[in-house]
Design a protein around this ligand. Structure first.
Ligand SMILES: CC(C)(COP(=O)(O)OP(=O)(O)OC[C@H]1O[C@@H](n2cnc3c(N)ncnc32)[C@H](O)[C@@H]1OP(=O)(O)O)[C@@H](O)C(=O)NCCC(=O)NCCS
Length: 431
């Protein structure tokens, strides 16, 4: 098989190299295209553009496959937990017992925020969206840390400390931002609690009473973190890589990822799903009228939690989360009319030619909102939960950029379609 591609432009033939990934994904390498031909490529929405080579996560959207460092998401969901999976994603291999102990100890050692950061939380108005607080405070952490202010990349113990700081502190910041938005006293993390239990403790305990940590609730939230831990070159991860390519520090790069994740077409979708289900419920519809509206481009409605840029088959995370959702609701003896509407929507859409022909299947957000609601996570925190979960993926991608000796600043080109040379008109002569 040829490992070159032929291209003809203005009557001249060019030969371009191709490359093949370890899962047989193929690409035409256009790195030298502009220099040799004067042309660039245009790819609206980047659907055909590989921005990098990466060895972290593999997705086959047609077959519904997701693997972190080669390990299927189904295996990790069943056998691992968020922190072990975070290590796998960031460092490339499953940790040995001593490695996991060192990692866990670092997470515990660095879970406290600088005390002065508390005053910054005071400055946000009550009702501020926790995603705005989260991205601001991750970035603000740089002001309290000499190492981040004078950041110099080095693959060393210091970087391991910043990895632990970020994973651990994002959880503390997230919990504080929620407490602040509700006017509740801040709760410090506990030394002896594991990662996810500690987050629930900081979110829901009171100074006079610890939150009752039900194992099934802790497990369900840990699973949600794990399922979100990485998803190759999506909008927020590409943003992190873009910022990282300028050699910005780890916290600044990941704070940018939080901003990208906030949008309703990305991480904000789980909140949008619940809002949609609540609207359907409140209007007395069982989902049938909404499905009709979602198919009508003029209605301004979409079936939130359906469709994906990459998966044109079932999102494997959605299957896992749907099972977990049924399990948690039955263990907690919760019945939820929104879950009934969600099931009806799913059943109807999967039989409807509009959704079938466009290969629109439920994505991870379709059921994650219902689980989070069942375990008491407030709706405005849904996207924050996604951000906490995605942190290992962003960090691993940051690390990959920094470790690439040939890494260059990301700087796409454009095709200019504006006015050609134009001239300044003095104010008095303008019409
Ligand atoms: C995820 C999403 C942004 C992917 O966008 P995309 O890859 O650009 O998909 P497209 O816009 O090309 O969609 C293809 C077709 O399906 C339609 N479509 C896509 N998602 C749809 C949805 N959720 N409801 C109704 N129609 C949808 C589009 O209107 C388009 O129709 P057309 O071919 O008649 O113009 C999109 O499916 C969406 O908005 N989903 C809802 C939000 C969501 O759940 N996001 C979470 C992603 S994890």
């Amino acid at each position: 098989m040829s490992n070159t591609a032929k291209l003809e432009l203005d009557g001249i033939a060019y030969t371009l190299p191709t490359l093949t990934g370890s899962e047989n994904e193929k690409a035409v390498d256009v790195s030298a295209l502009r220099a040799t031909t004067g042309y660039i490529t245009i790819d609206d929405g980047y659907g055909n553009t590989g921005s990098c080579t990466s060895n972290i996560t593999f997705i086959d959207g047609d077959q519904g496959i997701l693997r972190y460092r080669g390990i299927p998401i189904e295996e990790l969901a069943e056998k691992s937990n968020f922190i072990e999976t975070a290590y796998l994603i960031i460092y490339g291999t499953l940790p040995t017992q001593p490695q996991l102990k060192v990692f866990s100890d670092l997470l515990t050692d660095y879970q406290y925020l600088h005390e002065d950061m508390k005053y910054h939380f005071e400055g946000f108005p009550s009702g501020a969206h926790p995603m705005a607080i989260l991205s601001s405070m991750i970035n603000a952490a740089s002001c309290f840390d000499e190492g981040l202010m004078n950041w110099k990349w080095g693959k060393n113990k210091l970087f391991d400390i910043y990895v632990a700081k970020l994973i651990s502190q994002v959880r503390t910041i997230a919990a504080y931002s929620y407490r602040k938005s509700k006017g509740l006293p801040l709760i410090y993390p506990k030394q002896n609690y594991k990662y996810t239990a500690n987050f629930l403790h900081m979110l829901f305990s009171m100074p006079y009473e610890d939150f009752d940590l039900k194992p099934e609730v802790v497990k369900a939230l840990d699973l949600i973190f794990l399922l979100h831990a990485d998803h190759e070159q999506n909008c927020s991860t590409s943003t992190v890589r873009m910022v990282a390519s300028s050699q910005a520090n780890l916290f600044a790069s990941c704070a940018a990822g939080v901003c990208a994740l906030w949008g309703p077409l990305h991480g904000g979708a789980n909140q949008a799903v619940l809002e949609m289900l609540a609207d359907i419920h409140n209007s007395g519809d069982d989902g049938s009228k909404f499905i009709t509206a979602a198919k009508d481009k003029n209605s301004g409605k979409k079936l939130m939690g359906f469709g994906h840029r990459v998966y044109k088959n079932h999102d494997p995370r959605a299957k896992i989360i749907k099972r977990a959702c049924d399990d948690v609701l039955s263990k907690l003896h919760i019945t939820d009319p929104l879950l009934d509407i969600a099931k009806k929507l799913e059943e109807t859409a999967l039989k409807d030619p509009y959704f079938v022909e466009r290969k629109l299947y439920p994505n991870v957000d379709f059921y994650s909102g219902i689980i989070m609601r069942a375990i008491g996570i407030p709706m405005e925190m849904f996207t924050v939960i996604f951000a906490i979960g995605r942190m290992p993926g962003w960090i691993a991608n940051y690390k990959e950029i920094m470790e690439e000796p040939k890494s260059r600043i990301y700087r796409p080109r454009q095709i200019y379609t504006g006015k050609t040379t134009n001239h300044y008109i003095p104010m008095g002569e303008r019409k």
